[in-house]
Design a protein around this ligand. Structure first.
Ligand SMILES: Nc1nc2c(ncn2[C@@H]2O[C@H](COP(=O)(O)OP(=O)(O)O)[C@@H](O)[C@H]2O)c(=O)[nH]1
Ligand SMILES: [Mg+2]
Ligand SMILES: [Zn+2]
Length: 302
């Protein structure tokens, strides 16, 4: 009998699915089917002893991918928001932050930033200064100290995750695992069970993992998707138009350039370049915009 579930881990042609009955099944696809992503809602047929067949994938609300220009990798599907964990120390990559914000914008999903390790008081001001720009661009920034004030995270920050599917992103060392363990108290056990089911061993952390937040049968709402602490976020699959629309500070200048097809890189009469020169667009954000435009797919093919 077929039942509905959600992909909690995708590993090659093996998938771990959590069903509405809260059963974890290792599923395989039959024949050649399109690839499923973590977060996909699926229909499965349980075949006994914890296994099943993946029958179909429901239409996705959105799908986040990363790409190096040669290969595109599905990251996660059906997201409500992306939460980016950064810390006062060690220093975080502003480029990775900017890339993640663009990735969120490219699938029209809101992003929020969590600044962790506020207890490292001598590091706080520099991190705040860096993030002021992003708050001004409209991204919510929550200051937290997971290690010294977990209760504050539970009471003030956790409600922002309720009933939503959130992709958690962060470089290693920022406190992502610590946050996950507060929001999902049984995350350790769940991780171990998923690894055992996939027989991948606990050191394989290259794939995303989905953890349900609620204990009801509803697998569509309330989930955290943990991603490996990657150092790069390739967005070569985006088009230049998606890149330009993904930078909120460019928005009011688009359509004001001399040339309708202006790429805002070196064209005369470019309103974006003029705004950067006036200081209305922060140079380091403009530089990231230009870099991502040059990396973007249709631009490369010209
Ligand atoms: N000082 C301080 N250290 C923290 C805080 N949160 C996490 N850490 C430490 O930072 C390190 C990395 O944390 P972890 O959660 O493993 O980060 P991840 O690599 O992003 O998953 C660990 O040694 C944590 O104990 C915090 O609020 N303050
Ligand atoms: Mg971790
Ligand atoms: Zn322009």
């Amino acid at each position: 009998m077929s039942q509905r579930g959600r992909i909690v881990a995708a590993h090659g042609r093996h998938y771990v699915v959590i069903t509405e009955a809260r059963e974890r099944l290792v599923c395989f696809t039959r024949g050649k089917k399109s690839e499923a992503a973590c977060g996909d809602l699926v229909e499965v047929d349980a075949t006994g002893s914890g296994q099943g067949i993946l029958l179909s994938i429901e239409k996705r609300r959105n799908l986040l991918s990363r790409s190096n220009g040669f290969r595109t990798k599905l990251l996660a599907a059906n997201l409500d928001q992306i939460a980016i964990v950064v810390a006062t120390s060690p220093p975080f990559s502003e480029e990775l932050l900017g890339r993640t914000l663009l990735a969120a914008a490219s699938i029209e999903v809101p992003a929020r930033i969590l600044l962790n390790k506020m207890d490292l008081v001598e590091k706080v001001e520099a991190a705040r200064e860096t993030l002021r720009l992003y708050a001004a661009l409209g991204y919510p920034v929550d200051e937290i100290s997971i290690k010294t004030n977990a209760d504050d995270v539970s009471s003030r920050v956790a409600p922002n995750f309720e009933r939503l599917t959130t992709l958690l992103v962060g470089q290693s060392g920022m406190g992502k695992s610590s946050l996950l363990n507060i929001l999902v108290p049984d995350a350790h056990a769940a991780t171990r069970e998923i690894s055992e089911a996939l027989q991948t061993g606990k050191h394989t952390t290259t794939d995303a993992r989905l953890y349900l937040l609620s204990t009801t049968g509803d697998v569509t709402q309330g989930a955290l998707i943990d991603t490996p602490g990657f150092q790069e976020f390739g967005l070569a699959h985006l088009t230049p138009g998606t890149v330009e629309r993904g930078f909120p500070e460019l928005r009011s200048f688009l359509g004001q350039c001399r040339f309708v097809n202006c790429a805002h890189l070196h064209e005369p009469g470019c309103a974006v370049l003029a705004a950067r020169d006036r200081g209305d667009i922060t140079p380091r954000r403009y530089d990231l915009f230009a870099k991502l435009t040059r990396e973007s797919s249709t631009f490369r093919d010209r």
